[in-house]
Write a protein that binds this ligand. Structure first.
Ligand SMILES: [Fe+2]
Ligand SMILES: [Fe+2]
Length: 171
């Protein structure tokens, strides 16, 4: 059960959003390939964990309780981000002339996606808030899973995320 130290599901996810926005901002101001690469890796790690929490715990809990189209778009937007994240993780500022541009485009994709989740009154979170969801229990579940994934990241790295919605083509 929630006590003063636990966040409900939406508070937890919003805190992740703020953290990543801050990291993107720091990336924009950073100088030097090493510094940028470190920030980019942290952004990719944070987003990979956040995406996993939403796709495996939060979004399934929202199914049937929020607009179906909005939820489906969210999965597609996550997949687009996973592709860009994989690109960024495979490269570096030294090896890839487009490294900074990819991080910038990822930040724009995420900004759009976060807006759809957080939009007042009609975003995914607002709809979830109105629905009959146990946000405290979901928050606790996601916080526990997040700790596991952070440990895994430190020990051996995160598993390669899988695409949920894109299997039509091989480019
Ligand atoms: Fe999110
Ligand atoms: Fe999301």
């Amino acid at each position: 059960m929630a006590d003063d130290t636990t966040q409900d599901a939406i508070a937890l996810l919003k805190a992740d959003h703020r953290k990543v926005e801050d990291l993107f901002e720091r990336f924009g101001k950073a100088r030097g390939d090493g510094r940028k690469e470190k920030l980019a890796r942290q952004i990719c790690m944070e987003l990979t964990i956040h995406t996993e929490l939403e796709e495996k715990i939060f979004y399934p809990a929202c199914e049937g309780k929020v607009e179906e189209d909005l939820l489906k778009e969210s999965f597609v937007e996550h997949d687009a981000a996973k592709l860009m994240i994989a690109e960024i993780e495979a490269g570096s500022g030294e090896s890839d002339d487009y490294f900074d541009s990819k991080v910038k485009v990822l930040s724009e994709e995420i900004e759009h996606h976060v807006q759809e989740e957080e939009e007042r009154g009609k975003g995914l979170f607002a709809q979830a808030r109105k629905a009959d969801l146990d946000l405290d229990a979901l928050g606790a579940q996601m916080a526990a899973r997040k700790q596991e994934l952070l440990k895994q990241y430190d020990a051996s790295g995160l598993p390669q995320p899988e695409l949920t919605t894109m299997d039509e083509v091989q480019i």
